[in-house]
Design a protein around this ligand. Sequence first.
Ligand code: PNS
Length: 160
Amino acid sequence: MIKAIYPGSFDPITNGHLDIIHRASKIFNRIVVVVAENSRKKSLFSIEEKVNMIQNVIAELKNVEVQSFRGLLIDCARSNHANIILRGMRAISDFEYESQFALMNKKMAPEIETVFMVTSTRFSYLNSSIVKEVASLNGCIGELVPPFVEKMLKTKYGYS
Ligand code: PNS
């Protein structure tokens, strides 16, 4: 049984994240998307809103679930009996941070492996911050996030 956790801030989940989740759901037996409660980044959405949005967009994937977590990621992996931390890699610019993150987690939890998946080229420019910037200025985000998330963003920014 290969169980992976897919951690992130998900503020909000984008089509880039979903691309990784869809592809990974065909590789791993189970995936738990885990939303960090103590992310260093200032959030637009509450934890409940983030979990709700993810639940909505992964509904048809039967081997994927979503949770939130506090504290160290490796503790979240251990309590879920997950042997893999899954991370998406968009570009070489992600490599330095991601390798440091993976090595630190490996030092603290040698039994857990970090696996990277390269984001599909059509989403390689995409991140949650850029989506929020465009949404906040009433730009078109229809190709960047699922419809449910688009609606949530429009409501947040008062464009619905
Ligand atoms: O989507 P992000 O912001 O790239 O996700 C980063 C996240 C939340 C996965 C990372 O900051 C994290 O795992 N935080 C939990 C605390 C932790 O374990 N830190 C030590 C890792 S070296």
